[in-house]
Design a binder for this molecule. Structure first.
Ligand SMILES: [Fe+2]
Length: 127
């Protein structure tokens, strides 16, 4: 989508969009970064080895992605941009629901006498 938006954009268009800094470093190529130009790194992805913690982080990541797509949708009235964002937003909702199902499956797998995990579930129940 970014590539399509930048394809054919003039330097004036790029400057008017506040993307002069981006253009200086990356021209019109796609470079994964946040709106402030901070590059994506693997440090954004967490894996603790605790399945409950990891799934809860996944759930939060899906919600943050959904929110970001909603914010992006408020920034444009272009239907060619909004429709793919709407699709991506719904995909995050679906991911959230699947991770929620995984969390419930985990809950059912943990023996009742495992106090550590049972206490965690009590704090983050989805029922
Ligand atoms: Fe997702």
């Amino acid at each position: 989508m970014i590539y399509q938006c930048l394809r054919g954009a003039s330097l004036c268009d790029i400057e008017a969009a506040g993307m002069s800094g981006y253009f200086t470093l990356h021209d019109r190529s796609v470079f994964p970064c946040d709106p402030n130009g901070v590059p994506f790194t693997a440090s954004y992805i967490q894996s603790t080895g605790d399945p409950i913690t990891d799934i809860l982080e996944d759930l939060a990541a899906e919600q943050k992605a959904r929110t970001t797509y909603e914010h992006l949708m408020t920034l444009t009235d272009n239907p060619d941009i909004i429709e793919p964002l709407r699709f991506l937003r719904q995909r995050e909702v679906n991911h959230y629901q699947r991770f929620g199902e995984c969390l419930q499956i985990l809950q059912e797998m943990i023996p009742n006498n495992n106090v550590r995990y049972k206490n965690q579930f009590a704090e983050c129940s989805f029922t």
